[in-house]
Unconditional design. Structure first.
Length: 101
């Protein structure tokens, strides 16, 4: 099973998006683990996941986190700000799946 985590300042706003992504995954019969974490947890959890999606407010961390992730064979990508702002779980899930397919 593929595993994705969303990362933002406190993990609160991404938690809402995670719920929407889980609902879409369930409706499409996609087995996937999706969680949300604050920035401080990145180093602690990256080993357990295939992909990290960054909330737009923390996209400045992409280069720093990508260096760590790439050394472990993982990816870090920012979420489209429009999809994030509208909490479009379907689009964000499709984006995530395209990165780990």
């Amino acid at each position: 099973m593929k595993k994705i985590f969303l990362c933002c300042n406190a993990g609160m706003s991404t938690s809402m998006l995670v719920k929407k992504m889980r609902l879409v995954a369930e409706q499409q019969n996609i087995e996937l683990e999706i969680e949300a974490y604050p920035l401080e947890k990145f180093n602690e959890v990256i080993d357990s996941y295939d992909l990290c999606l960054l909330g737009p407010q923390v996209r400045y961390k992409r280069d720093e986190f990508n260096k760590i992730a790439q050394a472990k064979g993982k990816r870090v990508e920012p979420i489209n700000p429009m999809d994030y702002g509208t909490m479009n779980g379907e689009k964000v899930l499709a984006f995530a799946l395209s990165l780990i397919a």
